[in-house]
Design a binder for this molecule. Structure first.
Ligand code: HMG
Ligand code: MG
Length: 299
């Protein structure tokens, strides 16, 4: 059977905004995150402490964290690529982090200017320091299905990186379909292979981009395998500036619509979220790519 309840992990303020060319002002980002808190979301990735030269849009990470403050029962993880990022995140008061590595060599180079081994070496001391500080760590693995340069990614290659992040002590490992090429059979095959190594489905999250319209079908495949955490972005905004053909994440509203139909609990107020995403689309100057927002938004 399917799980009774899932955790939605909102990535709109981070994955959603990181590729926006026009800088969104800090106040709008803060208003967006505060709005997301009002919808029932309990895990909202707030920003990234990456190089501002690489991702100018998120150069205001410290100001965003300071501006949103904390809210009872709501987690605000932030992306950290290396020790400099960790120092900045801790100084800004981050209480949860996410490190990120790639399953492919080419994307490790494009996204982090290093190798797969190099990315894990950058992450290791950060994860250790987080453990000492009592800070939770999520580990992302990018390009788990296909890579724009390397093509289809072998499952064994993904397994190896997932196992290394699990050994490092990442609490949750999010499997990224960075460019949205995954299909449900591939998702099932990867999850069964990971399950076979003894890593439980309760340690996994699935992170789908919707480039080829497969994200919801892939979620259903994940649900059938017992995965209970799903990444999504409000309004379906987003993409990765370092991967050709990456478009927005699965829209949180589209995910919520499907979960409602399946009777799976998620805790989100859909109407509120649709209105917020409609407002944000106005700020970004183009309609939301989410089908559900398009159907339900009332101007
Ligand atoms: P690099 O150029 O090799 O960095 O980039 P470096 O270590 O050689 O340092 C160069 C300069 O950057 C130095 O400054 C450092 O101080 C500075 P300078 O001395 O020249 O003035 N620097 C920093 N400044 C602020 N914060 C930092 C930082 N680190 C170095 N953290 C680096 C290496 C890792 C920094 C760079 O490649 C980077 O920032 N990459 C991040 C890319 C990124 O954010 N990608 C998107 C997120 S991942 C994603 O979207 C996928 C995901 O959604 C899952 C999926 O869909 O698959 C998670
Ligand atoms: Mg992503």
């Amino acid at each position: 059977g399917l799980p009774e309840q899932v955790q939605i992990y909102e990535v709109g303020p981070r994955d959603g905004l990181q590729a926006e060319k026009e800088i969104v002002d800090t106040r709008t980002k803060i208003e967006f995150i505060r709005g997301l808190r009002q919808t029932g979301l309990t895990a909202i990735e707030a920003t990234s402490f990456v190089s501002p030269r690489w991702v100018p849009q998120l150069a205001d990470a410290a100001e965003v964290l300071a501006g949103i403050g904390s809210a009872d029962g709501i987690r605000h993880p932030v992306l950290v690529p290396n020790q400099i990022g960790m120092d900045r995140a801790l100084a800004a008061g981050a209480t949860e982090i996410a490190i990120f590595v790639s399953a492919t060599e080419r994307f490790a180079h494009e996204n982090l200017d290093t190798t797969v081994d190099g990315a894990i070496e950058l992450a290791a001391p950060v994860v250790r320091q987080a453990a000492e500080a009592g800070i939770g760590v999520r580990g992302y693995v990018s390009m788990c299905f296909g890579d724009p340069w390397e093509g289809r990614v072998p499952i064994g290659q993904v397994l190896d990186v997932v196992r290394r992040l699990a050994d490092l002590g990442c609490r949750t490992i999010s499997l990224g379909d960075t460019i949205g090429v995954a299909t449900p059979g591939h998702v099932q095959a990867l999850l069964e292979a990971i399950g076979g190594t003894g890593i439980g489905m309760d340690r996994l999250a699935l992170h789908f981009h919707d480039t080829y319209g497969q994200a919801l079908a892939n979620v259903l495949s994940g649900l059938r395998c017992g995965v209970t955490e799903y990444d999504a972005s409000a309004g379906g905004i987003g993409g990765c500036p370092f991967a050709r053909s990456a478009t927005g994440n699965l829209a949180t509203e589209d995910l919520v619509w499907m979960l409602n139909g399946l009777g799976i609990e998620h805790g989100i107020d859909l109407d509120r979220l649709v209105q917020l995403s409609g407002w944000m689309a106005g700020k970004l100057g183009r309609p939301s790519p989410s089908r559900v927002v398009t159907a339900l938004y009332q101007e």
